[in-house]
Design a binder for this molecule. Structure first.
Ligand code: UDX
Length: 448
């Protein structure tokens, strides 16, 4: 089937990136978003969150008319051969995935989808969800095929990951539909040089792999990939805790271990633990869905517990080095869940700052991009700083909680300005500890 018009349901990190990029590949793309503030922002040609290169791509796509932002399923879905669902799947209080948006989007789309169109699930769902959706489609009496196409993009490198993907995974029973979805990505790949120039992102090298699987395998691939990466981080953190006890440096250990090609160095950076909209939720979702099949995923439970304990471990290590914090003025640099994004979901920096309120004399916090988003999640006792110097000045202790390049480039004299005894806690193990220590800085890393 030839695709002319595509609807993308949900214009969050995944949906908006996908919509904006596909609008540069000759398709007419509807970005369907119910939130009026987000919708307004997209219509004005910009994203409502920070993501490198995305605004340039959205602006041109909106101005050309190829990207249409709407809150109407009727306007969008009625006219589309292909519908991508990119709605949120937040976690329930018990850790399971809340699928109300997933099923809501299916029900609403079925009112308008024409026969012979394709419904593609990009949202992260527990394995088995697709078969339930297929039942709903069957009951509607419409001839619509269902395909799972899990998303692997990272925030902060969303455009790069989508254009220079390692692999595209498409799972489903209908081979023609699977091929139609694969063709969309092949078209995207053939447009990637043009989009790279527009967005001014780094140029990638390798060609991605195209993988077609069964429906259940595609669904399970997504959560398995994230669970494995989370497992690597928790493994590195547990070795960091041991390294602290035995006087080894976890960075040196992981550099050496990760140079084994079978292991790889990626996702072995120890520190304050993982956060964000995916890892915490996907790990708990996997544990919960395995549980429903009578499988006890203890390995993932251990990874999750270790991760939860890391922000407190950072503070315990600080206290064991400098003593009681009750008279200390502490600042936390980095409130986004990682560098390169304004997203603060399950942010370790915010957890650290809020925990410190109980122990420290005063707490200040700063982030170059996430101050607005962070505000509502921070304890009212935390003072928000407007700049790095303002955060550092008057602080006895500086904690680096995300690896923003602005923080990693602070030099020893800037760290020591006005207080040569200032303590630096590198909770992302990314500062040059040797240079800082040589300059006389009291440096604390995690597992270093
Ligand atoms: C992740 C997956 O990488 C991506 O493939 C999937 O589509 C969505 O979930 P994302 O959440 O955007 O992407 O960020 P990622 O770069 O994976 O980092 C997640 C968290 O792990 C961050 O808090 C990061 O700081 C932390 N992290 C990452 C570590 O603590 N150590 C590492 O070695 C790597």
């Amino acid at each position: 089937m030839k695709t002319h018009t595509i609807s993308i349901l949900g214009a969050g990190y995944v949906g908006l990136t996908t919509a904006a990029l596909l609008a540069h590949c000759g398709y007419r793309v509807f970005a369907v978003e119910p939130n009026p503030d987000r919708l307004k922002s997209i219509k004005e040609g910009k994203s409502f969150f920070y993501e490198q290169g995305l605004d340039a791509v959205i602006k041109i796509a909106i101005d050309s008319g190829n990207l249409i932002a709407t809150d109407s399923y009727e306007e969008s879905v009625t006219n589309s051969e292909v519908v991508f669902s990119c709605v949120g799947t937040p976690d329930n209080p018990d850790g399971s995935s809340n699928l109300s948006y997933v099923y809501g989007a299916v029900e609403e789309s079925l009112k308008y989808m024409p026969d012979n169109s394709i419904y593609i699930q990009k949202s992260t769902v527990p394995v088995g969800t697709g078969r339930n959706v297929e039942e709903i489609i069957k009951k509607s009496g419409k001839n619509i095929s269902y395909v799972s196409n899990p998303e692997f993009l990272r925030e902060s490198t969303a455009l790069f990951d989508t254009l220079y993907f390692d692999r595209v995974v498409v799972g489903g029973d209908n081979k023609d539909s699977v091929d139609t979805v694969l063709d969309i990505y092949k078209n995207l790949e053939s447009n990637r040089d043009k989009i790279t120039k527009i967005s001014n992102i780094e140029q990638g090298q390798d060609d991605g792999k195209y993988i077609s699987t069964s429906l259940n395998s595609a669904e399970l691939t997504k959560v398995t990939a994230n669970a494995f990466l989370a497992l690597k981080i928790s493994f590195a953190n547990s070795i960091a805790v041991l390294a602290d006890k035995v006087g080894a440096d976890v960075n040196e250990v992981m550099d050496a271990v990760g140079s084994d090609k079978r292991i790889g160095r990626a996702f072995l950076n120890a520190g304050r633990g993982y956060g964000g909209g995916c890892f915490p939720k996907d790990v708990s979702g996997l544990i919960s869905s395995a549980d429903q099949f009578g499988i006890d995923l203890t390995i993932m439970k251990a990874a999750q517990d270790l991760n939860t304990s890391m922000p407190k471990y950072v503070i315990d290590k600080l206290e064991s080095t400098v003593g009681n914090l009750s008279t200390k003025r502490v600042c936390v640099l980095g409130l986004a869940f990682k560098a390169g994004t304004s997203d603060v979901r399950k942010s370790p920096g915010i957890k650290l700052a809020n925990l410190l309120v109980k122990n420290a004399g005063t707490v200040k916090a700063f982030d170059p991009k996430a101050m607005d988003e962070a505000k509502e999640h921070l304890s009212s006792e935390i003072k928000l700083s407007k700049s790095i110097p303002e955060a550092i000045n008057d602080s006895d202790i500086v904690i680096i909680a995300t690896e923003w390049k602005e923080f990693l480039s602070i030099n020893a004299s800037e760290f020591m300005k006005g207080n040569k005894d200032r303590v630096i806690v590198d909770a992302v193990n990314s500062l040059d500890d040797i240079t800082l220590k040589k300059a006389g800085i009291k440096y604390i890393g995690i597992g270093r």
